[in-house]
Ligand binder design. Structure first.
Ligand code: MG
Length: 158
């Protein structure tokens, strides 16, 4: 068995949709980035790549590559699951935390779990998503941006 850790942060800006875990969340700001800037999907992606010793997200999907401009991060996650499988591993579980002062994410957590589980090809029971604030401290606390942490466990495929 192997574990992987992922972390990501993106700036909140006007004129962008807010996509977290593949789910569009109604909010007056969205995350800035080359792809859809889904900070939660990116943290999970890096955790998966870390667990199988395959580098990081930017190495596989460079943010200067026009092919990935505006791309759904679920497509990237799907490609990464192929890498995980090619390396001889299967995913056991994901645990992640989104750090956001606002908006309140609780109403969308179950939809994020369902969406991510489908993309990661595992049971929703194996995907846990949490949300927390930083009590108004730091860049997530002031609303400058959002961050996400993820841990995954993989096992060698039968
Ligand atoms: Mg990112």
């Amino acid at each position: 068995m192997r574990v992987g850790l992922g972390y990501d942060a993106h700036r909140l800006v006007a004129g962008r949709p807010l996509i977290l875990g593949g789910v569009e969340i109604p909010y007056h700001l969205g995350l800035q980035g080359h792809s859809d800037a889904d900070v939660l999907a990116h943290a999970i992606a890096d955790a998966l790549l870390g667990a199988v010793g395959a580098g990081d997200l930017g190495q596989h999907f460079p943010d200067r590559d026009p092919a990935y401009k505006g791309i759904s991060s679920l497509i990237l996650l799907n490609k990464i699951m192929t890498i995980v499988r090619e390396r001889g591993y299967h995913l056991i579980n994901v645990d992640a935390t989104v750090v956001a002062q606002a908006p309140k994410l609780k109403p969308y957590i179950s939809q994020m779990v369902a969406t991510l589980a489908q993309t990661l090809r595992i049971s929703p029971e194996a995907v846990n998503i949490k949300a927390t604030t930083t009590e108004k401290m730091g860049f997530t606390g002031t609303g400058e941006g959002l961050a996400a942490y993820a841990v995954v466990l993989v096992d060698q495929a039968g």
